[in-house]
Design a protein around this ligand. Structure first.
Ligand SMILES: Cc1ncc(COP(=O)(O)O)c(C=O)c1O
Length: 388
């Protein structure tokens, strides 16, 4: 290994949202990583900072070419420069695009359990959350296409937000599934916003498929949100891109982002994609090996020491979805008990929709030593937990 992911970082007193906890607590909740980003990114940022002049920024060819290069090389998706828009983040895009491509009180469909902030983006903009729960059977998740079609067919439904790969269940959607979703959405005139922020964090040997790459139809009806921020641990830099092959749709979304003032990069946000995609590929592949190993560690531990918990197979992301239905009917209570008694801070599954009420989410993007510490704390809490 060229990179040392075992290096302990200390994130106290760095204004970290995740690490705003007591000294004895171990946060494994918010989706960022405890690792330093790739040395090439740090070097590139330092060089830019050393320049000392931080005026307004325009997007360079490097910015566009980095996305074009990466998506062709890693995801077999040929994107064109004129399809790409800069945005300060996936969630700003989501909220802004919702305001452009739907009307107040429209239905926006999400497949639950799903990333909690989708609910906020929909509700804060006065739209209606329409859930199409995933089918959970034998420890696996599937799309309920019958239910999905019924929801998409409703007159008031105008948008589907897809999470591809899916946070928190860790699923990579197949080409067939993405094709089917595209055909249904086109049939009912529904725009797809595909959040692909976790696309680079697949298990070694697995690949995710960009929704818009599947067919011309998918490309025509979709707004795809991508970013190097999850995979390269750059969330605080606030950089992302939107890929929209349909020129009319692109114009609409671009105007909206402009009005909402989230279309301007800062100096580091503009160079981050180049430093990540063009200079840090080997770092990402080593990171993925390290995450695979952490997941293997959790799997073994749970199998041997916490058989009451079922770990859902995680094909992508660094977020583990733990089925605790043998222990709790109320994940909020369990989550609070674990934190109070051991300091281990996990996410309660309930925030991802009611289908998550008996689940916990665990972020394992940290050193193996901390993962083991977290597992020991989890066991200690579960062994003494009694629900009343
Ligand atoms: C599925 C998903 N989308 C978006 C985000 C946040 O994106 P951004 O920081 O670019 O707004 C997260 C962060 O956890 C996420 O899991």
């Amino acid at each position: 290994m060229k990179y040392n992911f075992d290096k302990e970082t200390n994130r106290f007193n760095t204004s970290s949202y995740k690490w705003d906890v007591k000294e004895n607590e171990l946060p494994m909740w918010v989706a960022d990583m405890d690792f330093e980003t790739s040395p090439a990114i740090v070097k590139g940022f330092k060089k830019r900072i050393d320049h000392g002049v931080f005026g307004y920024v325009a997007l360079s060819d490097d910015f566009y070419n980095s996305y074009i290069y990466w998506f062709k090389k890693r995801h077999h998706f040929n994107i064109k420069k004129e399809w790409i828009i800069f945005s300060t983040g996936v969630i700003p895009t989501l909220s802004s695009a919702i305001r452009r491509v739907s009307e107040v009180a429209n239905n926006i469909v999400i497949m639950t359990p799903v990333y909690n902030i989708f609910f906020n983006s929909i509700l804060n903009n006065g739209r209606h959350v329409l859930t199409s729960p995933l089918i959970y059977k034998d420890g696996k998740y599937e799309i309920d296409f019958i239910d999905l079609e019924a929801k998409l067919a409703l007159e008031e439904t105008t948008v589907l937000i897809l999470c591809n790969p899916h946070n928190p269940v860790g699923k990579i959607w197949s080409k067939d599934e993405l094709d089917k979703i595209g055909k249904l959405c086109a049939k009912y005139n529904v725009t797809v916003i595909s959040d692909e922020i976790h696309g680079d964090l697949t298990r070694t040997g697995l690949e995710y498929i960009p929704f818009a790459s599947v067919s011309k139809l998918n490309a025509e009806i979709s707004i795809t949100c991508v970013a190097p921020t999850k995979a390269f641990n750059l969330a605080g830099i606030q950089t992302s891109a939107i890929i929209i092959p349909n020129p009319k749709l692109k114009h609409l979304v671009e105007r909206g982002l402009n009005t909402d003032e989230c279309a301007e990069p800062n100096v580091l946000a503009e160079i981050a994609p180049f430093l990540a995609y063009k200079e840090s590929e080997d770092w990402l592949d080593e990171l993925r090996l390290y995450l695979d190993e952490n997941i293997r560690e959790v799997n073994e531990f749970i199998k041997n020491q916490l058989p009451q918990i079922a770990l859902i197979k995680c094909e992508a992301t660094y977020l583990l979805w733990l089925d605790c239905s043998k222990i709790t009917k109320d994940a909020d209570k369990l989550q609070a008990y674990i934190r109070e008694t051991t300091g281990l801070y996990l996410s309660s599954g309930s925030i991802y929709g009611k289908e998550g009420n008996t689940f916990l989410r665990m972020n394992i993007a940290t050193t193996k030593a901390r993962v083991i510490d977290g597992l020991k704390r989890l066991k200690k809490a579960i062994d003494s937990y009694k629900e009343n």
